[in-house]
Write a protein that binds this ligand. Sequence first.
Ligand code: UDP
Length: 317
Amino acid sequence: MRVLVTGGAGFLGSHLCDRLLAEGHEVIAMDNLLTGTTDNITHLAGHPRFTFIHHDVTHYIYVKGHLDAVLHFASPASPVDYLELPIQTLKVGSLGTHNALGLALAKGARFLLASTSEVYGDPLVHPQDEDYWGNVNPIGPRGVYDEAKRFAEAMTMAYHRAHGVDTRIVRIFNTYGPRMRINDGRVVPNFIRQALRGEPLTVYGDGKQTRSFCYVDDLIEGIYRLLMSDQVEPVNIGNPAEMTILEFAERINALTGNPAGIVFKPLPVDDPQQRQPDITRARKLLGWEPKVELEQGLRPTIAYFAERLGIPNPRLA
Ligand code: UDP
């Protein structure tokens, strides 16, 4: 296949490029490098089946030649980023999705949308299955991301129903791994950076809110299976192993031997209290479930951040 990956220089987009190339496909990565970085794709420079186009997908997208698939992964994805870039976040989810769908329609290509567990907002149903409609505050600060992705899902289904575009929607839950930006403000890079520097971990609120963390390799496997399937309905991809943020902080401090402990900071506005994917659909339709245990995934992630911070061989418990 000849595949366009928008956000191809981002955390997930770049891992997806690697996987598609490994499967023998031709890949065009497109990114405006707002939150992505060419560092994530320099290893692909010169690859005979890889091209990079520096472009902002909120403007008309031109790609020469045929395309078999368009994978729309462009968007800020960290709460800190989308609070700093509220209008860009809304634009890439709305205008960017519209342009990417228009391109898929024009090329007769399959379209896959990177959606999010944030469509469920601060969920009143637990764990969250795909039939839950969500509990989102449209005018709160997080609304810029949540509503952009909800609009993107609606637009994707409209292109499917009105134009017959072959579409897929993946709802991605918290994912971690190498190539996350060390200062993107999300809990995994924050805690690992703080632990490696021997600083206290900043737990927001009382730390009783929960998340379920999926290692990037598992996530990419799920997305690849979804792309190759005929499943038009949204599919949750994430790891159901749920824990409180306080427990997560304690795991990181234990693993890195960080003696500095924890400090509590204010909870961000509209921070979801609990989150756990119901992956029944992914198990049934894609034969997929996560395989990587938390500690197994944290080790390469910590090694990645340690290298970025110039700490050569951190000792792990
Ligand atoms: N969080 C925290 N300390 C940090 C960063 C985040 O306690 O330094 C909390 C945050 O309030 C949320 C959870 O960790 O409850 C996950 O936050 P993240 O920004 O990674 O992503 P989210 O799941 O909220 O989109």
